[in-house]
Ligand binder design. Structure first.
Ligand code: SF4
Length: 570
């Protein structure tokens, strides 16, 4: 193994490295902190370790100032994120999550952009019960956040059910293979007997005691769908299907969306294809890539610690050489593939005698309102459904593998509760995603999920004026440049800058294969609408046949083409 550069640091290790080092394989003082009843919060160091257990401490920012005025501590509560490879859940698991959301959470479920469930509003004293009930339904939250491999994504759209099943198994294998080995989670949350009294008897053969320098994201795509936004992933696998059979995967590396406003050393980046590997080698490739990032990632500056920066510092040829050396064999030449889009296809679809219904869940928020009893409707479906649920990367939901016999029953429930595949909406709304942002996310600089729907309503008026209601345009909003909704891959995107203010980006590729570029900085709603009006009008009049909006704004010069994150700011 090449060792030059191993543990190479740009400076002294960041504080987070020390916290991991002291944590005794992610234990810290989490047990004591969660037993402490004098405060609803936990100490900062434990809060950082808690991420590795799939949870963040948050507080209700809507009432933060008022609480402060009253000299009360903020209303602390916890977000819990499930690890759900490929976004596949059984009806029982759905019912468990629904029950937990209503018993311990804020009565809603968030379907995330990485195909999993998030619960919000869990009080400290209910954390253990919540995780234990998930465990009974065969779900866990291990490594759903933190400096480890996160939830492995996998194409949700069941174009080819057999291939989907095979690829889903691969994503599950990767997810299991890359799990941390520490028993900390089982001891802390599931009361498993302590396996050790000293860290010496436990080890993390792949991660090591410091885990990764930063979070790590993996996706598996089945062309022509790029719903997982493969180019946004640290590591990606693109299924290569020849003669109707899965032959293996093209490997991609070095994607990532996050950046810091005003810091040009940080940027979103597209992953690049580095070769092809057979199906049975996928976990091995993933493991070796993880060890490369473990050894060469920047442990000094967290904002430059993602794998994309490691690759951009050392170069792609270096990565390939390092990988081949660690594998002991070479990746093959990448094979041809073609992506058509990165969104969902809605409504019923039949495949091999099984039916799949993709429902539109605006921004992934499952809740009941007087007008729209979405949560109840899905609960009733889960009670009779015998297939599975698939959470999509665009925050929607597929009621999947419905038998012909059951389809009528599910259709009746869909009618009864008015559940929608979104076809009554503009194509823009159906191609929209937003992160959580306010009031729970501590990093949010502006609204996202609570604001995007109303902004889209106003944009829809402009679309209608120009006959563009059914034009598929991908729009994304994130409350801060951490970019959880992958905004750099939106044909139109907004990243929060301050309350009510956003940087506006245009020009990503419809298939998620080109980054967008900043068009206007720090603008509010009025300026957003005024900016879009003439561009939509121009697009309606002068677009080429089948030309997507992102391609149009690049061709007509509104923004320059961005083919690499290295040109994102230039
Ligand atoms: Fe929070 Fe920022 Fe992620 Fe939105 S993008 S959920 S505001 S961290």
């Amino acid at each position: 193994m090449t060792t030059k550069g191993v543990n190479q640091q740009a400076g002294p290790p960041s504080e987070m490295e020390h916290i991991k080092d002291r944590s005794n394989f992610l234990r810290g003082t989490l047990v004591e902190s969660f037993e402490e009843r004098l405060t609803a919060s936990i100490p900062d160091d434990d809060g950082k370790l808690l991420k590795f257990h799939g949870s963040y401490m948050q507080d209700d920012r809507d009432i933060r100032n008022e609480r402060k005025r009253q000299k009360l501590e903020p209303v602390y509560a916890f977000m819990i994120r499930v690890r759900l490879a490929g976004g596949v859940a059984t009806p029982d698991q759905w019912l468990t999550m629904d029950n937990l959301a209503n018993t311990y959470g804020n009565g809603t479920l968030k379907l995330t952009t990485r195909q999993t469930f998030q619960l919000h509003g869990i009080l400290k004293w209910n954390m253990k019960k919540t995780i234990q009930e998930m465990d009974q339904a065969l779900m866990d939250t291990i490594a759903a956040c933190g400096d480890v491999n996160r939830n492995v994504m996998s194409t949700a759209n069941p174009y080819q059910s057999d291939i989907h099943a095979e690829v889903y198994e691969v994503s599950k294998q990767i997810s299991d293979h890359l799990l941390p080995k520490t028993r900390a989670y089982h001891e802390i949350w599931l009361d498993e007997e302590k396996v050790l009294e000293s860290s010496k008897v436990e080890s993390e053969p792949m991660y090591g005691p410091l885990y990764l320098p930063r979070k790590f994201k993996i996706g598996v795509a089945i062309p022509p769908s790029n719903d997982v936004d493969i180019y946004s992933q640290d590591l990606g696998f693109i299924a290569i299907i020849e003669d109707g059979k899965l032959q293996g995967f093209n490997v991609t590396a070095g994607g990532g969306m996050g950046m810091t406003h005003g810091d040009t050393d940080t940027y979103p980046q597209l992953a690049r294809v580095i070769g092809f590997c057979p199906v049975d080698k996928v976990s091995e490739v993933a493991e070796k890539i993880i060890t490369i990032q473990r050894d060469f990632g920047n442990r000094s500056e967290r904002k430059n610690a993602r794998f994309k920066y490691t690759i951009d510092r050392h170069g792609l040829p270096w990565l390939k050489e390092e990988l081949n050396e660690r594998l002991g064999w070479d990746l093959e030449e990448a094979r041809p593939f073609h992506f058509e889009h990165n969104g969902d296809r809605y409504g019923w679809l039949e495949n091999d005698g099984k039916w799949h219904l993709t429902l539109f869940i605006e921004n992934g928020r499952v809740k009941d309102t007087e007008e729209y009893p979405l949560m109840t409707g899905l609960r009733e479906i889960a009670k009779v459904h015998t297939g599975d649920f698939r959470l999509t990367p665009s925050q929607n939901l597929i009621i999947s593998n419905v038998s012909r016999k059951n389809k009528k029953k599910i259709d009746e429930l869909v009618q009864q509760y008015g559940l929608t595949d979104g076809k009554e909406n503009s194509a823009l709304r159906r191609n929209s995603i937003a992160c959580v942002a306010l009031p729970t996310c501590g990093l949010a600089m502006a609204e996202a999920e609570r604001y995007l729907p109303s902004l889209i309503s106003k944009i829809e008026d402009i679309l209608d004026e120009n006959g563009l209601r059914d034009e598929e345009i991908v729009i994304r909003m994130s409350g801060c440049p951490n970019s959880c909704s992958r905004p750099a891959l939106g044909e139109i995107a907004f990243i929060g800058k301050a309350p009510g203010k956003y940087n506006m980006y245009l020009g990503a590729g419809f298939a998620g294969d080109r980054l967008n570029k900043m068009y206007k900085e720090n603008i509010g709603e009025e300026e957003i609408l005024e900016t879009l009006k003439p561009i939509f009008s121009h697009y309606a009049k002068e677009r080429n046949e089948k030309e997507h909006f992102g391609d149009f704004v690049v061709r007509t010069g509104y923004v320059a083409e961005v083919t690499s994150g290295l040109n994102f700011h230039t």
